[in-house]
Design a protein around this ligand. Sequence first.
Ligand SMILES: NC(=O)C1=CN([C@@H]2O[C@H](COP(=O)(O)OP(=O)(O)OC[C@H]3O[C@@H](n4cnc5c(N)ncnc54)[C@H](OP(=O)(O)O)[C@@H]3O)[C@@H](O)[C@H]2O)C=CC1
Ligand SMILES: Nc1c(N[C@@H]2O[C@H](COP(=O)(O)O)[C@@H](O)[C@H]2O)[nH]c(=O)[nH]c1=O
Length: 335
Amino acid sequence: MQRRRRCRWRARGRNLQRSTRRLSRAIITAGLLHARSLLLRRALLKCVSRCAIPNPNVAGGGVARLEEAGIRTHIGECAQEGQRLIEGFAKHSRTGMPFVTAKYAMSLDGKIAARSGDSKWISGEESRLFAHLLRAQSDAIMVGINTVLADDPMLTARDAEGNANERQPLRVVLDSHGRMPHDAQMLNAPGDTLVAVTDDFNGGICDGAETVRMPTGRGGVDLRALLAALGERDITSVLVEGGGATIGALFDLNLVDKVVAFVAPVIIGGNEAISPVGGIGIAKMEEALRLRDVDVRRFGGDVAIIGYARGYTWEYAREYTDGDTGREGDVHRDS
Ligand SMILES: NC(=O)C1=CN([C@@H]2O[C@H](COP(=O)(O)OP(=O)(O)OC[C@H]3O[C@@H](n4cnc5c(N)ncnc54)[C@H](OP(=O)(O)O)[C@@H]3O)[C@@H](O)[C@H]2O)C=CC1
Ligand SMILES: Nc1c(N[C@@H]2O[C@H](COP(=O)(O)O)[C@@H](O)[C@H]2O)[nH]c(=O)[nH]c1=O
């Protein structure tokens, strides 16, 4: 598997190398053609990059070419935004595993559905439009089978008018024993569906979806194995849209990288109503996961709390700007 990953890296590296080479050539040509006076050329010949590409096959190549042509480079401008733009690619390049975002919409009293299982809708329109943007930016959307049974969702990325985007993320359903209904809406929706069953299940496979057999883990499908298998398919980011059992299982295994939690000013109540993070959880507050780099945004009457479970983005920024390129000067060469 290591070898396959290395080969894929090399292939990706070659593609990226070609594009950074083309880009740096274009910048050099544009700079030389259009800068008439030396003074103007000096002013123009500066290239700003948000971050180095976290792939050892390409890191720094384009920068070296620009520097050779006398173009001053500066890596690290708006580094945090830059790292966030490539967080899926960055994690996948380094680990082979997709970047996992847990997304949910909960009431003010911490429920994601009423006690009957009804959950449409908790968050408002603005929040849901943003949720479609998150879908559009993800390679895959994952849910547990109870969510399919309760909501019969489409799980497509759609615009404000409800039209499906051209590019659709892969839908992934955790369904150990093949409970997926044959007439589930998502099976006829644009995009592909993957149903992950456990290897002890020998039943029928539904039309309109690919079925993958996975080892059995706690709660059903072995989630680490499934994510690794998705990574093998070049899925770099997975948006997990619930329900509570699925998100809880991922937190228990420390597999979540980012959280997008919409909080709506609505009260549901009831001890039986599901909360966003089930699973086993923790016994002591000192074990609680406190998110980092937290951002709070408003969507109509709702609030979204967005944060990171660990510092992937910053580890990459440090590693590839201070260390691995081996060129001290890459970091700040502004003068
Ligand atoms: N407000 C919101 O944002 C959302 C609300 N919801 C609501 O949540 C409710 C459903 O949530 P919930 O009941 O918690 O169930 P889930 O949707 O998380 O599905 C859980 C089921 O998935 C299967 N599964 C397979 N492997 C695993 C695994 N490793 N870990 C966990 N589950 C696994 C299991 O069924 P099996 O053993 O058969 O494989 C399990 O019972 C619905 O009412 C829905 O409306 C859902 C999504 C978002
Ligand atoms: N209830 C709830 C959400 N629920 C999620 O959206 C899914 C429905 O997707 P679709 O059929 O494509 O519209 C549903 O199954 C669940 O995963 N999402 C939200 O942003 N806000 C909400 O209040």
